[in-house]
Design a binder for this molecule. Structure first.
Ligand code: UMA
Ligand code: ADP
Length: 449
Protein backbone atom coordinates (compact mmCIF):
# COMPACT_ATOMS: atom_id res chain seq x y z
CA UNK A 1 0.00 0.00 0.00
CA UNK A 2 3.01 2.27 0.39
CA UNK A 3 4.10 1.46 -3.17
CA UNK A 4 0.64 2.36 -4.44
CA UNK A 5 0.68 5.67 -2.59
CA UNK A 6 4.11 6.47 -3.99
CA UNK A 7 3.13 5.47 -7.51
CA UNK A 8 0.18 7.88 -7.30
CA UNK A 9 2.73 10.67 -6.98
CA UNK A 10 3.12 11.10 -3.22
CA UNK A 11 6.51 11.49 -1.57
CA UNK A 12 7.61 8.62 0.65
CA UNK A 13 9.72 9.35 3.74
CA UNK A 14 12.38 6.75 4.50
CA UNK A 15 13.68 6.83 8.08
CA UNK A 16 17.16 5.53 8.84
CA UNK A 17 19.88 4.92 6.26
CA UNK A 18 21.41 1.65 7.40
CA UNK A 19 20.92 -1.42 5.22
CA UNK A 20 17.12 -1.24 5.44
CA UNK A 21 16.77 2.44 4.53
CA UNK A 22 19.22 2.26 1.65
CA UNK A 23 17.47 -0.78 0.16
CA UNK A 24 14.01 0.78 0.62
CA UNK A 25 15.12 4.01 -1.08
CA UNK A 26 16.62 2.13 -4.01
CA UNK A 27 13.44 0.09 -4.44
CA UNK A 28 11.21 3.17 -4.36
CA UNK A 29 13.43 5.06 -6.78
CA UNK A 30 13.39 2.10 -9.20
CA UNK A 31 9.63 2.61 -9.32
CA UNK A 32 10.18 6.32 -10.03
CA UNK A 33 8.73 7.24 -6.63
CA UNK A 34 9.74 10.51 -4.93
CA UNK A 35 11.77 9.82 -1.77
CA UNK A 36 12.83 11.94 1.17
CA UNK A 37 15.32 9.83 3.15
CA UNK A 38 16.82 10.94 6.45
CA UNK A 39 19.05 9.68 9.23
CA UNK A 40 19.78 11.42 12.51
CA UNK A 41 23.40 10.26 12.26
CA UNK A 42 26.10 11.80 10.11
CA UNK A 43 29.04 9.45 9.69
CA UNK A 44 31.37 8.86 6.75
CA UNK A 45 29.47 5.64 5.98
CA UNK A 46 26.15 7.48 5.93
CA UNK A 47 27.70 10.12 3.71
CA UNK A 48 28.60 7.36 1.23
CA UNK A 49 25.00 6.14 1.33
CA UNK A 50 23.77 9.70 0.73
CA UNK A 51 25.98 10.03 -2.31
CA UNK A 52 24.67 6.78 -3.77
CA UNK A 53 21.03 7.71 -3.14
CA UNK A 54 21.26 11.31 -4.34
CA UNK A 55 22.74 9.94 -7.57
CA UNK A 56 19.53 7.97 -8.16
CA UNK A 57 17.31 10.97 -7.46
CA UNK A 58 16.46 10.72 -3.74
CA UNK A 59 16.57 13.75 -1.46
CA UNK A 60 18.65 12.94 1.60
CA UNK A 61 19.18 14.59 4.99
CA UNK A 62 21.87 13.49 7.41
CA UNK A 63 22.15 14.65 11.01
CA UNK A 64 18.43 15.45 11.22
CA UNK A 65 14.92 14.39 10.29
CA UNK A 66 12.73 17.14 8.82
CA UNK A 67 9.66 16.43 10.94
CA UNK A 68 7.32 18.75 9.00
CA UNK A 69 8.25 17.15 5.71
CA UNK A 70 7.75 13.66 7.18
CA UNK A 71 4.33 14.79 8.41
CA UNK A 72 3.39 15.76 4.83
CA UNK A 73 4.56 12.47 3.24
CA UNK A 74 2.21 10.02 1.56
CA UNK A 75 3.80 7.19 3.52
CA UNK A 76 6.71 6.45 5.78
CA UNK A 77 9.10 3.47 5.68
CA UNK A 78 10.97 2.83 8.93
CA UNK A 79 14.19 1.01 9.76
CA UNK A 80 13.69 -1.53 12.55
CA UNK A 81 16.37 0.03 14.76
CA UNK A 82 14.35 3.24 15.21
CA UNK A 83 12.13 2.92 18.28
CA UNK A 84 8.39 3.54 17.73
CA UNK A 85 8.36 6.62 19.98
CA UNK A 86 11.25 8.36 18.15
CA UNK A 87 10.40 11.91 16.99
CA UNK A 88 10.18 11.21 13.22
CA UNK A 89 7.86 8.23 13.72
CA UNK A 90 5.76 10.15 16.23
CA UNK A 91 5.54 12.99 13.73
CA UNK A 92 4.26 10.64 10.99
CA UNK A 93 1.68 9.12 13.33
CA UNK A 94 0.48 12.54 14.52
CA UNK A 95 -0.10 13.59 10.92
CA UNK A 96 -1.89 10.33 10.04
CA UNK A 97 0.85 9.22 7.64
CA UNK A 98 0.88 5.39 7.27
CA UNK A 99 4.07 3.93 8.74
CA UNK A 100 5.40 0.56 7.54
CA UNK A 101 8.54 -1.47 8.14
CA UNK A 102 11.08 -1.82 5.33
CA UNK A 103 10.27 -5.56 5.39
CA UNK A 104 6.61 -4.80 4.64
CA UNK A 105 7.59 -2.68 1.63
CA UNK A 106 9.88 -5.45 0.35
CA UNK A 107 7.14 -8.07 0.61
CA UNK A 108 4.61 -5.71 -0.99
CA UNK A 109 6.97 -5.44 -3.97
CA UNK A 110 7.14 -9.25 -4.39
CA UNK A 111 3.48 -10.28 -4.28
CA UNK A 112 4.03 -13.55 -6.14
CA UNK A 113 6.88 -14.84 -3.98
CA UNK A 114 5.90 -17.41 -1.36
CA UNK A 115 7.55 -17.19 2.00
CA UNK A 116 8.10 -19.03 5.24
CA UNK A 117 8.37 -16.56 8.12
CA UNK A 118 10.41 -17.13 11.25
CA UNK A 119 10.17 -15.19 14.48
CA UNK A 120 10.85 -15.87 18.18
CA UNK A 121 13.38 -14.69 20.73
CA UNK A 122 16.26 -17.05 19.90
CA UNK A 123 17.21 -19.29 17.03
CA UNK A 124 15.55 -17.13 14.37
CA UNK A 125 18.58 -16.67 12.13
CA UNK A 126 19.72 -20.28 12.36
CA UNK A 127 16.20 -21.53 11.65
CA UNK A 128 15.76 -19.06 8.79
CA UNK A 129 19.07 -20.11 7.26
CA UNK A 130 18.07 -23.77 7.67
CA UNK A 131 14.73 -23.16 5.93
CA UNK A 132 16.49 -21.37 3.05
CA UNK A 133 19.09 -24.12 2.83
CA UNK A 134 16.52 -26.94 2.85
CA UNK A 135 14.40 -25.27 0.17
CA UNK A 136 17.51 -24.68 -1.93
CA UNK A 137 18.58 -28.27 -1.44
CA UNK A 138 15.14 -29.39 -2.63
CA UNK A 139 15.80 -27.61 -5.92
CA UNK A 140 14.02 -24.29 -5.39
CA UNK A 141 15.56 -20.88 -5.99
CA UNK A 142 15.39 -19.80 -2.33
CA UNK A 143 16.87 -16.90 -0.36
CA UNK A 144 17.09 -16.26 3.38
CA UNK A 145 16.34 -12.60 4.09
CA UNK A 146 14.96 -10.08 6.57
CA UNK A 147 16.44 -9.58 10.03
CA UNK A 148 19.07 -12.22 9.21
CA UNK A 149 20.88 -9.45 7.31
CA UNK A 150 19.59 -9.13 3.73
CA UNK A 151 16.79 -6.53 3.64
CA UNK A 152 13.68 -7.68 1.77
CA UNK A 153 13.79 -4.55 -0.41
CA UNK A 154 17.25 -5.64 -1.57
CA UNK A 155 15.84 -9.02 -2.64
CA UNK A 156 12.98 -7.25 -4.43
CA UNK A 157 15.32 -5.18 -6.64
CA UNK A 158 17.54 -8.08 -7.69
CA UNK A 159 17.21 -8.97 -11.40
CA UNK A 160 15.78 -12.42 -10.65
CA UNK A 161 13.24 -12.99 -7.89
CA UNK A 162 13.47 -16.16 -5.81
CA UNK A 163 10.73 -18.82 -5.88
CA UNK A 164 10.77 -19.02 -2.11
CA UNK A 165 11.89 -16.77 0.70
CA UNK A 166 12.86 -17.74 4.22
CA UNK A 167 12.05 -14.50 6.05
CA UNK A 168 13.35 -13.72 9.52
CA UNK A 169 11.10 -11.15 11.19
CA UNK A 170 12.14 -9.41 14.39
CA UNK A 171 9.57 -7.96 16.78
CA UNK A 172 10.75 -4.51 15.63
CA UNK A 173 9.81 -5.35 12.05
CA UNK A 174 6.51 -7.04 12.95
CA UNK A 175 5.49 -3.89 14.84
CA UNK A 176 5.00 -2.09 11.53
CA UNK A 177 3.77 -4.83 9.20
CA UNK A 178 0.18 -4.21 8.14
CA UNK A 179 -0.05 -7.60 6.38
CA UNK A 180 1.64 -10.87 7.34
CA UNK A 181 0.81 -13.79 5.05
CA UNK A 182 3.44 -16.54 5.11
CA UNK A 183 2.70 -19.99 3.66
CA UNK A 184 4.08 -21.28 6.96
CA UNK A 185 5.19 -19.41 10.08
CA UNK A 186 7.63 -20.58 12.75
CA UNK A 187 7.72 -19.28 16.33
CA UNK A 188 10.99 -20.61 17.76
CA UNK A 189 10.42 -19.59 21.40
CA UNK A 190 9.47 -16.61 23.59
CA UNK A 191 11.83 -15.44 26.32
CA UNK A 192 12.63 -12.11 27.96
CA UNK A 193 14.61 -9.79 25.64
CA UNK A 194 14.77 -6.22 24.38
CA UNK A 195 13.64 -4.82 27.72
CA UNK A 196 15.76 -1.80 26.88
CA UNK A 197 13.24 -0.98 24.10
CA UNK A 198 9.91 -2.35 25.38
CA UNK A 199 8.16 -1.13 28.52
CA UNK A 200 7.22 -4.69 29.47
CA UNK A 201 7.57 -8.29 28.40
CA UNK A 202 3.89 -8.24 27.45
CA UNK A 203 4.57 -5.41 24.96
CA UNK A 204 7.46 -7.37 23.42
CA UNK A 205 5.35 -10.54 23.15
CA UNK A 206 2.50 -8.49 21.64
CA UNK A 207 4.76 -7.53 18.72
CA UNK A 208 5.77 -11.18 18.27
CA UNK A 209 2.07 -12.12 18.19
CA UNK A 210 1.68 -9.97 15.07
CA UNK A 211 3.07 -12.94 13.12
CA UNK A 212 -0.46 -14.34 13.50
CA UNK A 213 -2.39 -11.17 12.69
CA UNK A 214 -3.81 -12.50 9.39
CA UNK A 215 -4.03 -16.17 10.41
CA UNK A 216 -6.81 -18.09 8.69
CA UNK A 217 -8.03 -21.66 8.48
CA UNK A 218 -5.49 -22.54 5.76
CA UNK A 219 -2.47 -21.19 7.70
CA UNK A 220 0.34 -23.43 8.89
CA UNK A 221 2.15 -22.66 12.16
CA UNK A 222 5.19 -24.40 13.61
CA UNK A 223 5.33 -23.93 17.38
CA UNK A 224 7.69 -24.94 20.19
CA UNK A 225 5.84 -27.38 22.46
CA UNK A 226 8.51 -27.00 25.17
CA UNK A 227 7.94 -23.26 25.54
CA UNK A 228 4.83 -22.38 27.56
CA UNK A 229 4.49 -18.75 26.35
CA UNK A 230 4.56 -19.93 22.69
CA UNK A 231 1.85 -22.53 23.34
CA UNK A 232 -0.22 -19.98 25.21
CA UNK A 233 0.11 -17.33 22.48
CA UNK A 234 -0.97 -19.70 19.71
CA UNK A 235 -3.70 -21.68 21.48
CA UNK A 236 -6.57 -20.02 19.58
CA UNK A 237 -4.80 -18.91 16.42
CA UNK A 238 -6.69 -20.09 13.30
CA UNK A 239 -4.92 -22.66 11.08
CA UNK A 240 -2.99 -25.90 11.54
CA UNK A 241 -0.52 -25.94 14.43
CA UNK A 242 2.41 -28.37 14.25
CA UNK A 243 4.49 -28.77 17.40
CA UNK A 244 8.18 -29.55 17.86
CA UNK A 245 9.69 -30.82 21.08
CA UNK A 246 12.98 -32.00 22.57
CA UNK A 247 11.10 -33.65 25.44
CA UNK A 248 8.75 -36.19 23.92
CA UNK A 249 6.79 -37.27 20.85
CA UNK A 250 5.30 -34.42 18.81
CA UNK A 251 4.95 -33.54 15.12
CA UNK A 252 8.71 -32.98 15.11
CA UNK A 253 10.66 -34.48 18.03
CA UNK A 254 13.95 -35.78 19.33
CA UNK A 255 14.78 -39.18 20.75
CA UNK A 256 18.23 -38.95 22.35
CA UNK A 257 19.20 -42.46 21.30
CA UNK A 258 17.60 -42.62 17.85
CA UNK A 259 17.70 -39.04 16.59
CA UNK A 260 15.23 -36.65 14.94
CA UNK A 261 11.69 -37.67 13.93
CA UNK A 262 8.83 -36.11 12.02
CA UNK A 263 5.80 -37.85 13.51
CA UNK A 264 6.49 -41.60 13.26
CA UNK A 265 9.12 -41.18 10.57
CA UNK A 266 12.82 -41.18 11.34
CA UNK A 267 14.42 -38.07 9.80
CA UNK A 268 18.12 -38.42 10.68
CA UNK A 269 20.49 -39.26 13.50
CA UNK A 270 21.87 -36.59 15.84
CA UNK A 271 25.34 -36.97 14.28
CA UNK A 272 23.90 -36.09 10.89
CA UNK A 273 23.22 -32.55 12.11
CA UNK A 274 26.60 -30.80 12.22
CA UNK A 275 25.64 -28.21 14.88
CA UNK A 276 26.49 -28.02 18.60
CA UNK A 277 23.78 -28.05 21.25
CA UNK A 278 20.23 -29.31 21.75
CA UNK A 279 18.86 -25.88 20.83
CA UNK A 280 20.04 -26.52 17.29
CA UNK A 281 18.09 -29.79 17.22
CA UNK A 282 15.01 -27.69 18.02
CA UNK A 283 15.91 -25.27 15.20
CA UNK A 284 16.36 -28.17 12.76
CA UNK A 285 13.03 -29.74 13.75
CA UNK A 286 11.21 -26.43 13.28
CA UNK A 287 12.76 -25.86 9.85
CA UNK A 288 12.12 -29.48 8.81
CA UNK A 289 8.44 -29.28 9.80
CA UNK A 290 7.97 -26.04 7.87
CA UNK A 291 9.50 -27.28 4.63
CA UNK A 292 7.82 -30.69 4.97
CA UNK A 293 4.59 -28.71 5.36
CA UNK A 294 5.20 -27.18 1.93
CA UNK A 295 5.83 -30.62 0.42
CA UNK A 296 9.59 -31.11 0.55
CA UNK A 297 10.28 -34.88 0.84
CA UNK A 298 11.71 -36.34 4.02
CA UNK A 299 14.81 -37.73 2.28
CA UNK A 300 15.64 -34.32 0.75
CA UNK A 301 15.27 -32.70 4.18
CA UNK A 302 17.57 -35.28 5.78
CA UNK A 303 20.21 -34.73 3.11
CA UNK A 304 19.89 -30.95 3.45
CA UNK A 305 20.38 -31.10 7.22
CA UNK A 306 23.61 -33.06 6.77
CA UNK A 307 25.14 -30.40 4.55
CA UNK A 308 24.07 -27.35 6.61
CA UNK A 309 27.01 -25.32 7.87
CA UNK A 310 26.13 -23.34 10.99
CA UNK A 311 26.13 -19.56 10.84
CA UNK A 312 29.17 -17.62 12.05
CA UNK A 313 29.03 -16.17 15.60
CA UNK A 314 26.66 -18.92 16.80
CA UNK A 315 28.50 -21.60 18.80
CA UNK A 316 31.29 -21.32 16.24
CA UNK A 317 34.39 -23.29 17.25
CA UNK A 318 37.30 -21.01 16.35
CA UNK A 319 40.39 -22.87 17.41
CA UNK A 320 41.78 -25.43 19.80
CA UNK A 321 44.83 -24.03 21.53
CA UNK A 322 46.80 -25.87 24.24
CA UNK A 323 43.84 -28.20 24.78
CA UNK A 324 41.37 -25.32 25.15
CA UNK A 325 38.52 -24.89 22.65
CA UNK A 326 37.64 -21.25 21.94
CA UNK A 327 33.98 -20.80 20.93
CA UNK A 328 32.50 -17.66 19.40
CA UNK A 329 28.81 -17.29 20.34
CA UNK A 330 28.80 -13.50 19.98
CA UNK A 331 25.23 -13.57 18.65
CA UNK A 332 24.02 -14.63 22.10
CA UNK A 333 22.74 -11.20 23.10
CA UNK A 334 20.26 -12.21 25.79
CA UNK A 335 20.25 -14.50 28.82
CA UNK A 336 18.25 -17.38 27.40
CA UNK A 337 20.60 -17.72 24.42
CA UNK A 338 23.62 -17.76 26.75
CA UNK A 339 21.84 -20.36 28.90
CA UNK A 340 21.47 -22.78 25.96
CA UNK A 341 25.09 -22.19 24.92
CA UNK A 342 26.25 -23.05 28.42
CA UNK A 343 23.99 -26.13 28.45
CA UNK A 344 25.53 -27.29 25.17
CA UNK A 345 29.03 -27.60 26.68
CA UNK A 346 30.26 -30.93 27.99
CA UNK A 347 33.48 -29.61 29.56
CA UNK A 348 34.51 -26.96 32.11
CA UNK A 349 34.58 -23.46 30.68
CA UNK A 350 35.47 -19.82 31.16
CA UNK A 351 32.51 -17.62 30.24
CA UNK A 352 32.97 -14.12 28.78
CA UNK A 353 29.90 -12.16 29.80
CA UNK A 354 29.20 -8.49 29.22
CA UNK A 355 28.43 -5.59 26.93
CA UNK A 356 25.39 -3.31 27.00
CA UNK A 357 22.87 -4.47 29.58
CA UNK A 358 19.42 -5.32 28.22
CA UNK A 359 17.44 -5.30 31.43
CA UNK A 360 17.09 -8.90 32.63
CA UNK A 361 18.93 -10.20 35.74
CA UNK A 362 21.98 -12.49 35.35
CA UNK A 363 20.92 -14.44 38.45
CA UNK A 364 19.11 -16.92 36.13
CA UNK A 365 22.50 -18.22 34.97
CA UNK A 366 23.67 -19.00 38.52
CA UNK A 367 22.48 -22.62 38.71
CA UNK A 368 23.81 -23.60 35.29
CA UNK A 369 27.25 -22.15 36.09
CA UNK A 370 27.79 -23.52 39.62
CA UNK A 371 30.18 -26.45 39.60
CA UNK A 372 30.69 -26.29 35.81
CA UNK A 373 32.06 -22.85 35.05
CA UNK A 374 35.70 -22.24 35.98
CA UNK A 375 35.21 -18.48 35.99
CA UNK A 376 33.10 -15.70 34.57
CA UNK A 377 34.90 -12.67 33.19
CA UNK A 378 32.59 -9.64 33.33
CA UNK A 379 33.22 -6.62 31.12
CA UNK A 380 31.52 -3.67 29.46
CA UNK A 381 28.69 -1.51 30.75
CA UNK A 382 26.94 -4.51 32.29
CA UNK A 383 30.00 -5.42 34.41
CA UNK A 384 28.80 -4.12 37.81
CA UNK A 385 25.35 -5.67 37.36
CA UNK A 386 26.84 -9.05 36.39
CA UNK A 387 29.19 -8.96 39.38
CA UNK A 388 26.34 -8.10 41.76
CA UNK A 389 23.89 -10.62 40.26
CA UNK A 390 26.35 -13.53 40.32
CA UNK A 391 27.75 -12.85 43.80
CA UNK A 392 27.02 -15.97 45.83
CA UNK A 393 26.31 -18.12 42.74
CA UNK A 394 29.29 -20.34 43.57
CA UNK A 395 31.37 -19.26 40.59
CA UNK A 396 34.35 -16.87 40.62
CA UNK A 397 33.58 -13.63 38.78
CA UNK A 398 36.49 -11.49 37.60
CA UNK A 399 36.41 -8.02 36.06
CA UNK A 400 38.31 -6.88 33.00
CA UNK A 401 38.01 -3.63 31.08
CA UNK A 402 39.31 -3.82 27.54
CA UNK A 403 38.29 -6.74 25.32
CA UNK A 404 41.98 -7.61 24.88
CA UNK A 405 42.31 -7.90 28.69
CA UNK A 406 39.24 -10.14 28.76
CA UNK A 407 40.85 -12.46 26.20
CA UNK A 408 44.25 -12.48 27.87
CA UNK A 409 42.74 -13.25 31.27
CA UNK A 410 40.63 -16.07 29.79
CA UNK A 411 43.81 -17.57 28.36
CA UNK A 412 45.40 -17.59 31.80
CA UNK A 413 42.35 -19.06 33.55
CA UNK A 414 41.44 -21.85 31.09
CA UNK A 415 43.09 -25.26 31.62
CA UNK A 416 43.64 -28.01 29.06
CA UNK A 417 40.31 -29.75 28.43
CA UNK A 418 38.32 -26.52 29.01
CA UNK A 419 36.42 -24.27 26.64
CA UNK A 420 36.41 -20.49 26.53
CA UNK A 421 32.94 -19.35 25.55
CA UNK A 422 32.14 -15.85 24.32
CA UNK A 423 28.37 -15.85 24.88
CA UNK A 424 27.87 -12.35 26.25
CA UNK A 425 24.09 -12.20 27.05
CA UNK A 426 24.32 -8.49 26.20
CA UNK A 427 24.32 -6.38 23.09
CA UNK A 428 27.69 -5.23 21.80
CA UNK A 429 26.99 -1.55 21.20
CA UNK A 430 29.00 -0.21 24.17
CA UNK A 431 32.31 -1.45 22.70
CA UNK A 432 31.66 -2.58 19.11
CA UNK A 433 29.65 -1.58 16.04
CA UNK A 434 27.65 -4.81 16.27
CA UNK A 435 27.85 -8.47 17.35
CA UNK A 436 29.70 -9.39 14.14
CA UNK A 437 32.55 -7.02 14.97
CA UNK A 438 32.69 -8.42 18.52
CA UNK A 439 32.85 -12.01 17.23
CA UNK A 440 35.41 -11.06 14.58
CA UNK A 441 37.66 -9.49 17.25
CA UNK A 442 37.42 -12.67 19.34
CA UNK A 443 38.36 -14.77 16.31
CA UNK A 444 41.19 -12.48 15.32
CA UNK A 445 42.79 -12.49 18.79
CA UNK A 446 42.54 -16.27 19.14
CA UNK A 447 43.88 -16.91 15.65
CA UNK A 448 46.92 -14.73 16.03
CA UNK A 449 48.09 -16.44 19.26
N1 UMA B 1 18.34 6.22 13.28
C1 UMA B 1 17.71 7.40 12.88
N2 UMA B 1 16.84 7.99 13.75
C2 UMA B 1 16.59 7.49 15.00
C3 UMA B 1 17.23 6.29 15.39
C4 UMA B 1 18.12 5.68 14.49
O1 UMA B 1 17.91 7.89 11.77
O2 UMA B 1 15.79 8.08 15.72
C5 UMA B 1 19.26 5.61 12.29
C6 UMA B 1 20.65 5.31 12.82
O3 UMA B 1 21.45 6.47 12.85
C7 UMA B 1 21.15 4.29 11.81
C8 UMA B 1 19.87 3.68 11.26
O4 UMA B 1 18.76 4.36 11.85
O5 UMA B 1 21.90 4.83 10.75
C9 UMA B 1 19.94 2.22 11.69
O6 UMA B 1 18.84 1.48 11.32
P1 UMA B 1 18.80 -0.04 11.80
O7 UMA B 1 19.35 -0.17 13.18
O8 UMA B 1 17.41 -0.52 11.59
O9 UMA B 1 19.90 -0.74 10.86
P2 UMA B 1 19.86 -1.59 9.54
O10 UMA B 1 21.25 -1.56 9.02
O11 UMA B 1 18.79 -1.16 8.64
O12 UMA B 1 19.61 -3.09 10.10
C10 UMA B 1 18.29 -3.60 10.29
C11 UMA B 1 18.28 -4.55 11.49
N3 UMA B 1 18.73 -3.81 12.69
C12 UMA B 1 17.97 -3.75 13.80
O13 UMA B 1 16.88 -4.28 13.89
C13 UMA B 1 18.53 -3.01 14.98
C14 UMA B 1 19.21 -5.72 11.23
O14 UMA B 1 19.08 -6.65 12.31
C15 UMA B 1 18.79 -6.42 9.96
O15 UMA B 1 19.69 -7.46 9.66
C16 UMA B 1 18.75 -5.42 8.80
O16 UMA B 1 17.88 -4.32 9.13
C17 UMA B 1 18.24 -6.05 7.48
O17 UMA B 1 16.91 -6.47 7.60
C18 UMA B 1 20.17 -6.66 13.24
C19 UMA B 1 19.65 -6.79 14.67
O18 UMA B 1 20.41 -6.60 15.60
C20 UMA B 1 21.09 -7.84 12.96
N4 UMA B 1 18.37 -7.14 14.89
C21 UMA B 1 17.82 -7.29 16.21
C22 UMA B 1 18.10 -8.68 16.75
O19 UMA B 1 18.33 -9.61 15.96
O20 UMA B 1 18.03 -8.82 18.00
C23 UMA B 1 16.29 -7.09 16.17
P1 ADP C 1 18.39 -15.05 16.65
O1 ADP C 1 18.39 -14.70 15.20
O2 ADP C 1 17.00 -15.28 17.17
O3 ADP C 1 19.21 -14.15 17.49
P2 ADP C 1 20.41 -17.10 16.17
O4 ADP C 1 20.08 -18.31 15.38
O5 ADP C 1 21.19 -16.04 15.53
O6 ADP C 1 19.04 -16.52 16.75
O7 ADP C 1 21.14 -17.56 17.50
C1 ADP C 1 21.52 -16.57 18.45
C2 ADP C 1 22.00 -17.22 19.72
O8 ADP C 1 20.88 -17.82 20.37
C3 ADP C 1 22.99 -18.36 19.46
O9 ADP C 1 24.25 -17.84 19.62
C4 ADP C 1 22.64 -19.41 20.50
O10 ADP C 1 23.38 -19.17 21.68
C5 ADP C 1 21.18 -19.13 20.83
N1 ADP C 1 20.18 -20.01 20.21
C6 ADP C 1 20.12 -20.46 18.94
N2 ADP C 1 19.02 -21.21 18.76
C7 ADP C 1 18.36 -21.23 19.94
C8 ADP C 1 17.14 -21.82 20.39
N3 ADP C 1 16.38 -22.57 19.58
N4 ADP C 1 16.77 -21.62 21.66
C9 ADP C 1 17.51 -20.86 22.49
N5 ADP C 1 18.67 -20.27 22.13
C10 ADP C 1 19.09 -20.46 20.86
Amino acid sequence: MILERGLRGGEIAVLGLGRSGVAATRLLREGGIRVYASDRGDTPELARHREELVAIGAEVDLGQHDLDRIGRAAGCVVSPGIPPGAPPIASAHRAGVPVVAEAALGLEAMPGVRYIAVTGTNGKSTTTALVGHLLGHAGYRAIAAGNIGMPLCEVAIAPILPEWLAVELSSFQLHDMPVVGPVAGILTNLEPDHLDRYRSLADYFADKALLFRDAEAGSLWIINADNAPSLEMTRNVPGRRLLFSLQGPADGWYDRSRGLFLGQEHLCSRQDLPLLGDHNVANALAAALAVHGVRVELEAIAQGLRSFQGLPHRMEPVRELAGVIWINDSKATNLSSTAVAVAALDRPFVLLLGGRHKGAPYTVLGKALAGRCRAVIAYGEAQPIIVADLAGAGVPVERCDSFEDVMARARVLARPGDAVLLSPACSSYDMFANYEERGARFREVVKKW
